[in-house]
Ligand binder design. Structure first.
Ligand code: GLN
Length: 306
């Protein structure tokens, strides 16, 4: 009689999977293993341990192995789980969008705080440029019930993912999506309205810095969401040229920046705005720039087209 195949139980597969991932150099190997096994068994971490003796079926084992191999190969856990958390909300992510970073919460929190002060009691219109997963646009809509958000991106597949997120988070009536390449057209060409807030987390990694990013980022996250193929400042220059034309008179621009870009971006925006402020993230790194009050002569230049 052929020996019956080995029966794997939950505790045992957690041990083996953690060992495998740590051998592959994955940080927090045990946590990663638990999340992957939990996804396949459709239970959370607590339930995983309550079911420590549960025998695994062949199909479950096969799927766990295949997801573990992907993680062992460096694919980010968020893409494998197809979800991540941002601003305490759950977002779907896939390879068409950048995985939302915790630092970007500072950009959202800054806009929320500014809006609550500056535009209290008003209906606020917001434009999010390069929305990706929609995490900024949808979080703003979620936490600011009096706002309406327009979210644009150059990538049709990113917009499709963002739309799924808006539906799942019940923000789809207040977030409208549109395809727009900010480098090849101006905002006014697509939208006649002016916005109170224009927000963006553009691709700000330079061509040189991109080469040194970790393989987990380079091999799996969309390069167009990260790198401008130049000095990292291309999108700020473009925003400076096109945003003032589409802001309301006391409107503001808020952007995320790379930690070493504060003075360069402040310089670019100070040519157009009278007030430019930089904020630091939880690691003490320059991360967000807010620009307000367009210079009168710039508005004049726009009006006369010179
Ligand atoms: N913060 C991202 C990183 O970790 C870059 C995001 C961006 O280019 N907008 O590389």
């Amino acid at each position: 009689m052929a020996p019956s195949p080995k029966v794997w139980r939950t505790t045992e597969i957690i041990q083996t999977a953690s060992h495998y991932l740590s051998e592959k150099g994955v940080e927090n190997a045990r946590l990663n293993a638990e999340r992957i096994i939990g996804k396949v068994l459709d239970i959370d971490r607590v339930a995983l341990y309550l079911n420590f003796d549960r025998p695994l079926q062949a199909a479950e084992l096969k799927e766990i192995k295949s997801l573990l191999a992907r993680r062992g190969n460096g694919e980010p856990l968020q893409y494998i789980l197809k979800k991540t958390e941002f601003m305490s909300l759950e977002f779907v992510v896939d390879s068409s969008v950048l995985i939302p970073r915790p630092e970007t919460e500072l950009l959202v929190e800054t806009v929320l705080e500014k809006c609550r002060g500056k535009f209290a009691g008003q209906r606020i219109s917001i434009l999010d440029i390069g929305t990706g997963s929609g995490c900024i646009a949808i979080s703003l809509a979620h936490y600011l019930p009096e706002c309406h958000v327009t979210a644009v991106d150059v990538s049709a597949s990113a917009l499709a993912t963002a739309q799924v997120n808006a539906q799942q988070l019940q923000a789809d009536t207040r977030v409208a999506f549109a395809k727009l390449d900010i480098l090849s057209s101006t905002i006014t060409e697509s939208f006649q309205e002016r916005f109170d807030v224009i927000v963006s987390n553009p691709p700000y990694v330079s061509k040189d810095e991109y080469l040194n990013l970790p393989l987990e980022v380079k091999n799996f996250e969309p390069v167009i969401a990260l790198c401008d193929q130049g000095d990292g400042l291309l999108y700020y220059r473009r925003l400076a040229a096109t945003v003032p034309d589409s802001l309301t008179s006391n409107g503001m621009l808020a952007v995320e920046i790379g930690a070493a870009q504060a003075s360069a971006v402040q310089g670019i925006l100070a040519a157009v705005f009278q007030r430019v402020e930089c904020l630091q993230d939880l690691n003490g790194l320059d991360r967000v720039i807010v620009a307000e009050d367009v210079h009168a002569n710039f508005e004049h230049r726009l009006q006369c087209g010179c």
